[in-house]
Ligand binder design. Structure first.
Ligand SMILES: C[S@@+](CC[C@H](N)C(=O)[O-])C[C@H]1O[C@@H](n2cnc3c(N)ncnc32)[C@H](O)[C@@H]1O
Length: 263
């Protein structure tokens, strides 16, 4: 895949929303999970950490303005296109997918999938503010959107999710960094039927051999022992850091052969 044209305007029907005055702090050495910016809200300068998703989603268009316009985020497009390219190469169709979007946020990945012909998408996120922002900004993208902790799925929600018989899991910019832990990824993976596709992005450091978050071991072992089979892989620039440096992620599409062990 080419990286050309990755910095488009953000998708979404948010052209009418308020524009925010955003200031990114100067200096270097901001850890990615400590990054923040200052936003003018109703005349006050508010410092917002990038991981304060609830605060960001509560302001319509702010997520898009910070990450897509300001920091040139490209992950939803990249992984959705890698997935579609894999579908084409294997003679499958996007309209056949029943997708579980984990860490769905305010719906940008679902919207991208919908524009590529996917018709059945269920979103899951751990915070209510994500579901509310999706309903506010992208109504109609998801067939259902559940707010839950995947490591502790309530029985009724589990039944509803299992009844979907997902043949695709997608998770974009949500693994690691105190977001989705390996156990939650395993729980989501195990909701997909054998033969289904697993599409995800992850910071390249998190799948390096000596990495300790657990994803490196999990993914490597699953690929080595045939639990899943790699279909496509692409290293790309996820976005810029607030210092303007490229943050590289890896997008993968794999075919699931069997469940991952829960432990
Ligand atoms: C950086 S956002 C990405 C949102 C969306 N995938 C996108 O690409 O625009 C990460 C999302 O993961 C969600 N998240 C964090 N931990 C989670 C968990 N344990 N289970 C489900 N979602 C989680 C956050 O609430 C947030 O909405």
């Amino acid at each position: 895949m080419s990286d050309d044209g990755m910095e488009g305007s953000p998708p979404g029907a948010l052209s009418e929303v308020e524009r925010y005055e955003i200031h990114f702090p100067d200096g270097t050495d901001h850890d990615q999970d400590q990054e923040w910016c200052e936003v003018q809200v109703d005349g006050d300068a508010r410092r917002i950490r990038f991981h304060d998703y609830a605060e960001i989603y509560a302001l319509p268009g702010l997520y898009e303005q910070i990450f897509y316009e300001g920091l040139k985020c490209d992950s939803p497009r990249m992984v959705a296109e890698l997935l579609c390219e894999h579908l084409r190469n294997t003679g499958r169709h996007s309209s056949d997918l029943t997708v579980l979007d984990v860490g769905a946020g305010n719906g940008m990945v679902g919207e991208r999938l919908q524009s590529l012909g996917v018709t059945t998408i269920v979103g899951v996120d751990i915070i209510e503010a994500a579901a509310e922002a999706t309903e506010r900004d992208r109504p109609g993208v998801y067939d259902d959107y559940l707010v839950l902790d995947l490591t502790d799925i309530p029985p009724a929600a589990r039944r509803a999710l299992e009844a979907r018989r997902f043949n695709c899991l997608i998770t974009v910019a949500a693994l690691g960094f105190g977001d989705i832990p390996p156990e939650a990824f395993v729980a989501a993976y195990n909701l997909v039927e054998p033969g289904g596709l697993i599409a995800f992005t992850i910071k390249e450091d998190f799948i390096a051999r000596d990495e300790s978050s657990g994803f490196s071991r999990l993914v490597r072992r699953a690929l080595d022992d045939g639990t899943m089979e790699l279909g496509a892989k692409h290293r790309y620039r996820h976005r810029l850091s607030i210092d303007g440096e490229p943050l590289h992620y890896v997008a993968m599409v794999a075919e699931k052969h069997r469940d991952l062990p829960l432990a």
